[in-house]
Design a protein. Structure first.
Length: 323
């Protein structure tokens, strides 16, 4: 069952009004985060810091940048931290204001100013499809975006805007696809595709959740960005639990794809899966190196650190070396 939580008073959005029909984004963040235990025992994985902001803030910033100014977070147990992060923190703000620390004051206020943020609880983590279904009442009969709360697309990329543009032109639903090594396909939803004649846009003819390599229809993996037609809700209502006993969004999209109404935008840019320990480490190191305030000192230290790694020990530390 999904329970609505009253939103805090809407903050003025810096996002200019747009003519686009897609104005709402749903951010599912109610998963158990088992890959990141024990850190995620009492903290949602979406709140793990990536340098100095929680992962989910990058996701909300991406939605706001694409003009989506109404965001519904689907949260679960222990997700109070997400709700608090996107709300005002009066005591903290007062203390920083009294000190005249305007830089930190802005950093504390920014999350609540990004968009009009709402929350709903997914009582039990019955799967991503169920989390999306929880958004039905809030979304209504309009197309909407879904951004997974632990899946980061680099801020320099324009993936979501491209997907919204493809929805405008083709209607139906749009998924983001990334070519992965065939050995990795079992970790993702996987798409069968055919060409549209447009560079970087494909028609999705079938979808299968986490297939074995030998059964995968391609090496196009579905990554955590979707623009969905509201028809998906009717399909999700009758979607039975699938792989892992969860109600899978992929299974509902498979039905829509069979009807010829799903397109894919092929993405070959920078993406960070912060729900995976190795990718999380690489993301933090990469983004820290690129930060003007931290990068120069941190990069200098990193160079020394890597140079001092003993060869045999370094060979066993793939994650640190790849970062
Ligand atoms: P994941 O499969 O990555 O999330 O779901 P998980 O189950 O939390 O992760 P692991 O595998 O156990 O570590 C993708 C997204 O869907 C959300 C998650 O929070 C994540 O953002 N999700 C998943 C829900 O909101 N509800 C669910 O029931 C399942």
């Amino acid at each position: 069952m999904c329970r609505m939580i009253a939103p805090h008073s809407p903050s003025p959005s810096p996002v200019p009004a747009s003519a686009r029909p897609v104005r709402k984004a749903v951010v599912p963040a109610a998963g158990l985060g088992t890959r990141f235990l024990p850190a995620t025992k009492a903290t949602p994985k979406e709140m793990l810091p990536v340098v100095d902001k929680p992962a989910i803030q990058y996701v909300v910033e991406e939605a706001a940048k694409a003009g989506l100014d109404d965001i519904l977070m689907v949260t679960g147990r222990h997700k109070r931290a997400i709700e608090d992060h996107f709300d005002h923190a009066f005591e903290l703000e007062q203390a920083l204001a009294a000190k005249g620390d305007t830089v930190r004051l802005d950093a504390v206020r920014d999350p609540a100013r990004l968009a009009d943020i709402h929350h709903i609880r997914q009582g039990d983590p019955l799967g991503l499809g169920h989390a999306v279904l929880c958004a039905r009442h809030h979304v209504g009969d309009q197309p909407f975006a879904v951004l997974l709360g632990d899946d980061l697309i680099d801020a320099r990329e324009t993936l979501l805007s491209r997907m919204l543009d493809v929805r405008d032109r083709y209607q139906g639903s749009v998924v983001a696809l990334m070519e992965v090594d065939p050995s990795q396909v079992h970790l993702y939803g996987c798409a069968a595709v055919e060409a549209t004649g447009e560079d970087g846009v494909v028609r999705v003819t079938g979808l299968v959740e986490k297939p074995a390599q030998e059964h995968a229809p391609s090496n196009y993996a579905v990554i955590g960005r979707y623009v969905l037609d509201p028809r998906v809700f009717d399909v999700l209502e009758r979607t039975a639990p699938g792989r892992g006993g969860e109600i899978q969004l992929t299974d509902a999209l498979q039905e829509l794809a069979a009807g010829g109404t799903v397109h894919g935008v092929v993405f070959d840019g920078l993406r960070y899966d912060t729900g995976d320990k190795g990718d999380y480490l690489r993301t933090v190191v990469r983004l820290a190196c690129e930060r003007p305030d931290l990068g120069p000192e941190f990069t200098a230290w990193l160079r020394e650190f890597v140079a001092a790694l003993p060869e045999e020990e370094g060979a066993g530390r793939e994650e640190s070396r790849a970062a």
